[in-house]
Design a protein around this ligand. Structure first.
Ligand SMILES: [Cu+2]
Length: 143
């Protein structure tokens, strides 16, 4: 009987250890950004930040948007699209932002590399310079 209790205990410990080492994040990582009145993305105080993520990592982009000079017809004050190195749009990464805080649920691209997030609403004369960089690291080659 004691042996059986031991066996059950050891099994439980093994299962717990295996689960904790599987490396699969259970909660998406939250990345807080602002899309500002001056047509700039910021993380903390940093303008046009470079954000490093792992390939396929589940993410929540928590974006606080403030209107700039111009607003789109549908009321969007800024937009967000992710482009790969060939300026191709990454699927699942196209959003229109409204004033206030919004959570965008995304997955990091599966392909490691450097990606550029751009604003897709003509929000002011400074719109062209509005974006940030996403560096995807992963099981493939590191950049
Ligand atoms: Cu913008």
């Amino acid at each position: 009987m004691r042996k059986l209790v031991h066996l059950v205990l050891i099994s439980c410990v093994l299962v717990a250890v295996c689960q904790s080492q599987s490396g699969v994040p259970t909660q998406p990582r939250v990345i807080e950004l602002t899309a500002g009145r001056d047509s700039r993305y910021r993380e903390g105080g940093k303008v046009a930040p470079t954000i490093e993520v792992r390939a396929g990592e589940p993410l929540i982009l928590r974006i606080t948007a403030v209107r700039a000079e111009t607003v789109a017809r549908d009321g969007s004050v800024h937009g967000l699209a992710l482009l790969d190195k060939n300026s191709g749009a990454v699927s699942g990464w196209r959003f229109f932002l409204h004033p206030g805080v919004q959570d965008l649920v995304v997955s990091a691209p599966d392909e490691p590399g450097r990606y550029t997030a751009v604003c897709t609403v003509i929000c002011s004369d400074g719109h062209e310079g509005m974006g940030f960089t996403l560096i995807v690291t992963g099981p493939g080659k590191k950049e």
